[in-house]
Design a protein around this ligand. Structure first.
Ligand code: SAH
Ligand code: DHB
Ligand code: MG
Length: 217
């Protein structure tokens, strides 16, 4: 049923450019894990970036560039998206996908551990991002949140994928490292006095979620 509803919404609301569909096909053919956001979640990211009027976006976790395509296509002509990826081979696949979609001029890919790139951005006083999308290793989420808070301004959005994990985050008996890290992340995001936050369930084969937080004025 979840999948049927997701498909219904997708058919109605989420027509995709061919280059987006091809990006997923190429990523799968290259052996990348099929863990990109769904088309409907991609459309939601796109809408949030548009609604926020984002001109500068930071993405943590590129994979084959599928979510990047949605976010970058929400940017104005002079907008910029910086995306961080650990795996050089994934980044090569993603670069080709982003180029084919005509979006490479707006996207800059930084290969290496995200925490290193984030620390460098803080050290170099990188101008604030209007939107940060966290979607890399789940264990890193609490650290990525600290950096996101330092790299944003009042009114910016901090988004994070995979915050529900099929409901595993709600089960206190589940002590997996990544589930504990997401639980800690959600707790920090929800209780931070400088943020206003909601966790939005996202359905596909299973229920996961997108965290949406806005930095208060
Ligand atoms: N945002 C993508 C999916 C990202 S999957 C989409 O929806 O299309 C998570 C990605 O994070 C993987 O590509 C993985 O290689 C990357 N990753 C894992 N650990 C990382 C780290 N420490 N630094 C940067 N990227 C990392
Ligand atoms: C998985 C899903 C994701 O969206 C992600 O970013 C990382 C991992 C997963 O289902 O394992
Ligand atoms: Mg994800």
């Amino acid at each position: 049923m979840l999948e049927q509803i997701d498909r219904y919404i997708e058919d109605l609301c989420t027509p995709e450019p061919d280059a987006f569909k091809q990006a997923v096909r190429d990523a799968v053919a290259a052996g990348l894990p099929e863990i990109q956001v769904s088309p409907n979640e991609g459309k939601l990211l796109y809408l949030l970036a548009k609604i926020a009027g984002a001109r500068r976006i930071l993405e943590i976790g590129l994979l084959g560039g599928y979510s990047t395509l949605w976010l970058a296509s929400a940017l104005p002509a002079d907008g910029q998206l910086i995306t961080l990826e650990l795996d050089e081979d994934y980044a090569t696949v993603a670069r080709r996908n982003i180029e084919r979609a005509g979006l490479l001029a707006k996207v800059s890919i930084r290969v290496g551990p995200a925490a290193d790139a984030l620390e460098k951005m803080v050290q170099q006083s990188e101008p604030a991002f209007d939107l940060v999308f966290i979607d890399a290793d789940k264990d890193g989420y609490p650290v990525y949140l600290e950096y996101a808070l330092r790299l944003t301004r009042p009114g910016s959005l901090i988004l994070a994928d995979n915050v529900i994990r099929g409901g595993r985050v709600t089960d206190p008996r589940n002590t997996d490292l990544s589930v504990r890290a997401i639980r800690e992340f959600n707790q920090k995001l929800a209780s931070h006095p400088g943020l206003e936050t909601i966790l939005l369930p996202i359905m596909r084969h299973d229920v996961d979620g997108l965290a949406i937080a806005r930095v208060k004025e």
